[in-house]
Design a protein around this ligand. Structure first.
Ligand code: NAD
Length: 364
C-alpha cells in the first residue's frame, strides 16, 4: 500500500476500554483535515487501514472541490462484529460506549486541530456530541444553531445536482422525471421527499422492507428489487446506499441516462467510468454532488452561515464538469480528478509565493 502522500497516519489502542482506531490525515494543503469517523466491524487491521486511506484521499478531493478551507482526512473505529455473508466488513455488534467516546474525543484532541471529525457510517450525531465533551475539534453537531445532522443537507446537494442533470437530459424541471433511488437512509429518504415534491416519479430499493413500504406510502414510489436497482428503467439512478454500485457490467447494461446520487466511491473502476462516457450516460461525480453534508459541517466548525448559497455551488461545479467532459471527451470522473489537482497545485503555489523571501516575491 502506497502511503507516501499522507501527512500522518496513526493507529491508537486503549487497553482500558478496548477502543481501537486509525486516524488518516491525507493532505493539509488547504487547511486542517476534515472528515468523518466510520465505525465498522473489519475482518482485520489491513482492511481497516485500506478503508481509511481510500476515504481520506476522497475527502481531500471533496473538500477541495467544495471550495472549503479544509484538507482531507478520515478515521475508522475498529468495532466488534462480523461481516454479513458476501461482504468484507459489517455493522458493529454493539453500540459504542460513553467511555469509548470520551477516549475518541481525547485522541482527536491530541491531534491538535489537524483533524476535525464529523459523522460517518456507524456514528450518530449524539456520539459526536459525547466525544465533543473532550475536544473542540468535532463538527456536524449543530453547534451555535449551525449545521447539525448532515444527511438532509447532503440530500439537498444531491437534489440540486439532479436538477442540473435533468436539464442536460432535456427536462426543464423535474416534473415527470423518472428517478430510481437505491438506499432509503438518512440521505435517500430526504432526497425522495424533495424529488416527490418537485413532481418526479420514484422507484425505490432498500434491503430494509419497512423503509420501502414508507416510501411507497409517502411518495407513491414503486418498489424495485435490490439486486436490479442500478438497472431500473428510469431516466436517472441515484445510488444512495454503498459504494461500488457502478461496475463495468452495470455501465454496459443500465438503461438510465444519468447517475446522480450520494454514495461515496460509486464507480467500481476507471473502465466503468469510460464505459459510461462511451454510452453517453451522464455521471455526476459522487464527491461533488454529495458535498452538502461536508459543506454544512465545515461551515459549522468555522462558525459561519451561508449554507444555502454554498450548496448552489454544487450545481455550478457539475455544469463545469459536464462541459469540460463534453469538450475533451474525458469521463466526468477524470475531469473531476484533474480539477482537484489544479485546485491543490494552485494552493501550493500561493502558499510558496507567500513564504518566498521578500526580494524574490517582488521579482515574481
Ligand atoms: P444510511 O446508513 O442512513 O442509509 C443507507 C441505506 O442504504 C440504509 O437504509 C440501508 O438499509 C440501505 N442499503 C444498504 N445496502 C443496500 C443495498 N445493497 N441496496 C439498497 N439499499 C441498501 O446512510 P446515509 O447517511 O443515508 O448515506 C448514504 C450514502 O451516502 C452512503 O454511501 C454514505 O457514505 C454517503 N454519504 C452520506 C452523507 C451524509 O451526509 N449522510 C454524506 C456524503 C456521502
Amino acid at each position: 500500500m502506497h502511503l507516501d502522500d499522507f501527512h500522518r497516519i496513526e493507529m491508537r489502542t486503549d487497553r482500558a476500554t478496548g477502543l481501537r482506531a486509525i486516524f488518516a490525515l491525507h493532505d493539509l494543503t488547504l487547511g486542517p483535515a476534515l472528515g468523518g469517523i466510520r465505525r465498522w466491524a473489519y475482518p482485520d487491521d489491513n482492511e481497516a487501514l485500506a478503508d481509511v486511506v481510500r476515504l481520506a484521499r476522497g475527502m481531500t478531493a471533496k473538500n477541495a472541490l467544495a471550495d472549503l478551507p479544509f484538507g482531507g482526512g478520515k478515521s475508522v473505529v475498529m468495532a466488534p462484529g462480523s461481516a454479513r455473508p458476501g461482504h468484507r466488513c459489517g455493522p458493529p455488534s454493539r453500540a459504542i460506549t460513553v467511555p469509548e467516546l470520551h477516549k475518541l474525543g481525547e485522541w482527536i484532541d491530541d491531534l491538535g486541530g489537524d483533524y476535525v471529525a464529523a459523522e460517518d457510517v456507524g456514528m450518530r450525531v449524539s456520539d459526536l456530541v459525547t466525544a465533543g465533551t473532550r475536544t473542540a475539534h468535532v463538527t456536524g453537531i449543530g453547534r451555535a444553531g449551525l449545521g447539525g445532522d448532515p444527511g438532509p443537507r447532503t440530500a439537498l446537494g444531491v437534489f440540486t445536482g439532479i436538477r442540473v442533470v435533468a436539464e442536460r437530459l432535456g427536462f426543464p424541471n423535474l416534473a415527470g422525471l423518472r428517478v430510481a433511488v437505491q438506499g432509503l437512509g438518512s440521505v435517500g429518504m430526504a432526497l425522495c421527499k424533495r424529488l416527490h415534491d418537485a413532481g418526479a416519479r420514484l422507484a425505490v430499493a432498500d434491503i430494509d422492507a419497512a423503509k420501502v413500504a414508507r416510501a411507497k406510502e409517502r411518495f407513491g414510489a414503486t418498489a424495485i428489487p435490490v439486486a436490479g436497482a442500478m438497472l431500473a428503467d428510469v431516466d436517472v439512478v441515484a445510488p444512495c446506499a454503498l459504494g461500488g454500485a457502478v461496475t463495468v457490467e452495470v455501465a454496459q447494461e443500465m438503461p438510465a441516462r444519468a447517475i446522480a446520487g450520494s454514495a461515496n466511491n460509486q464507480i467500481a473502476c476507471p473502465q466503468a467510468a469510460d464505459t459510461l462516457r462511451r454510452r453517453g450516460i451522464l455521471y455526476a461525480p459522487d464527491y461533488i454532488i454529495n458535498a452538502g453534508g461536508v459543506i454544512s459541517a465545515g461551515l459549522e466548525y468555522l462558525g459561519r452561515d451561508g449554507f444555502d448559497e454554498r450548496v448552489c455551488g454544487i450545481g455550478r461545479r457539475l455544469e463545469r464538469i459536464f462541459d469540460e467532459a463534453q469538450a475533451t471527451g474525458q469521463s466526468e470522473a477524470k475531469v473531476a480528478e484533474n480539477m482537484t489537482q489544479r485546485v491543490l497545485a494552485s494552493a501550493t503555489e500561493r502558499r510558496e509565493a507567500h513564504h518566498a523571501p521578500a526580494a524574490l516575491a517582488s521579482v515574481a
